[in-house]
Design a protein around this ligand. Sequence first.
Ligand code: FCB
Length: 407
Amino acid sequence: MDEREEDTMKTFPNGFLWGASTAPHQTEGNNVNSDFWANEGRSPGMEFSGDATDSYHRYREDMQLLADAGLNSYRFGIEWARIEPRPGMISRAELAHYRRMIDTALEFGLTPVVTLHHFTNPKWFADEGGWLGAGAVDRFRSYVSAATDILEGVPWVCTINEPNMFAMMTGMARLLSDPEARKKWTSPTVEGERRQLPAPDPEIGRILIDAHHAVRDIVRENTGAKVGWTVANRAFEVRPGAEEKAAELSYVWEDLYLEAARGDDFVGVQSYSAQWVNTDGIEPYPPHPDNTLVGTAYRPDALGIATRHAWEVTGGVPILVTENGIATGDDTRRIAYTDAALRALADAMNQGIDVRGYLHWSLLDNFEWGHWEPTFGLIAVDRETFERTPKPSLSWLGEVARRNGLE
Ligand code: FCB
């Protein structure tokens, strides 16, 4: 490589993780013991997950496609509702299933990043009062103790995915028991022009923080993994005069959860778009032809804002980008978005921020929490035959991974 070439290339550190992420409920199919499954179809316009992408059976093919493209890491989750289908009854067969997934990732040279909780709970846990019930943290602790039996060789464990969005969802789930209020339910990630999401309740957030800290210790005692949680970063931008409002919103939406990550081994940054705050609050995304299929603004630079913010609020906890991506039907837009997001990430890293990897959301087009239309995948999936069709963005990202840098 001559010098000029080197100048134009943004190189990432050795050992940088390059991969993609999924979640069990969105991809496995037939997650019948979960609360989310039980609630599907209960509010207008809410679709069913059904077989999802049948990744419960096809995970090997998914991982092979990822590895063959040149990527070296895969983030996936294990499903509490399968592992503990009744309170206290641990399914050895399901633990063995997830162990096979971990072994398959290792076989393909993919560093597994395992999520313990990604939005879904066992139905029985929800019936007991869920995260607002008296024994919630103990229940979660005992599930995680059982799960750590299969985590040997997993270097990265995420306890709770997006506790901030999940606190909001837990608040919204209350609505589902009321037929009138049910009409207001919406997917946690579909917002934009259609609606503004209600703010997460910090009281619920504090329960999740207790749960996170409780299981962080268990994971540390029982495994050699680095442990952290993954926060939905809002990437707020502040209008002149709105500094106080922004600080207030930032605390409720994300800083509470980022502060709780101090003392973790890493923090997962999850970034999709950026949003303005004025003295009245968060500004809805203005209508624009570039807006994504979930109604958010096209803002690949959000990843840089999010990374800096997480670094600052956690006081320098190492970062793993555990989700970043775009809901679009146009794969050239996905490539352009990801390229720009990675440039913003590289700029933040050049300022000294310690980022260990980049995991794209998502490996597959999947069930977007009540909706099938928003497609985030590097791979398309036929919903009847389950045939996987890699998109150009998969090989593009694989090339970035192979050269460990951008051109
Ligand atoms: C995040 C979720 C993930 C997916 C993406 C689009 O909030 O963690 O499951 O829905 O958004």
